[in-house]
Design a protein around this ligand. Sequence first.
Ligand code: SF4
Length: 322
Amino acid sequence: MSQPLLEIEDLKKVYTSHKGVLKRTRTDVTAVDGIGLSIKTGETLGVVGESGCGKSTLGRLITRLTEPTSGAVRFDGQSLFELNQREMKAVRRDMQMVFQDPYASLNPRQQVQSILEEPLIVHKIGSKSERKDKVAEIMKIAGFDPDLGNRYPHQFSGGQRQRIGIARALMTNPKLIIADEPVSALDVSIQAQILNLLKELQGTFSLTYLFISHDLGVVRHISDRVAVMYLGRLAELSDSESMYRNPLHPYTEALLSSVPVAEPAGRQEPIVIKGDMPNPANPPAGCAFHTRCPKVMDICKKVKPDLFPAGEGRFAACHLYA
Ligand code: SF4
């Protein structure tokens, strides 16, 4: 691993809606609230958190499928928010996404060979015969007989369709793949196959991954480091091994305590997080987690904690580490 491939600085996304007869009642919802992190070449960063924590918005902001409110993203030395549409299209060749629902993201009326060839046509890569060869090569790498290229998405199983989604992402030889809940819709046994395929491909193609999931157990299998998000902000950023062994943030601790383990005899009782995630349109003052935190202190209700360094390259947004 070396230089950061992706650097995110104080990234923010606020959605504004207007209600009422005269549309004078304004509501702001901050989906992503000042995220800053970087990902090194060849690294896998897992981004984890409950539904609505802003992790998918983060992925969409990086690729500019959603435009940010403020902040900066540098990818391979380029400031993405300063690029025009044509320049951004060129960057997307190096930055691909894999989505949760492969069926929804694959055109049901297109044969698989045409689905896979499309990114090459969009980015004007190769002659017709070169594109055909590339489709066959990537199909083999994704575990398919190239002769199946004339089939349609519905003729494949859920796991196979996700492998087609991954194959499509590989067609342009990207540097970064942003995978948004790529195994959430799959059976547990198939999840393991897809995670193993992603790991293999990372070695073969020197890929860097941003792996978004609500499932800490899944993130653990694939990530070098993990960013835990809560209400649009980072709660903890740690290397994967240390975080699973010794979580810093009370929210991470509670999430981890409910992940199934192979040897339940040695584990502690699950920590129950009280209540639901607060309404992002009206977040609590101070630490956003204070309404649910078992370790809440007076300061937590008034002062928003910074992301404090906690040693060994780890960070926690919690007053316990101030
Ligand atoms: Fe809990 Fe306070 Fe830390 Fe927030 S800052 S996680 S409320 S201890």
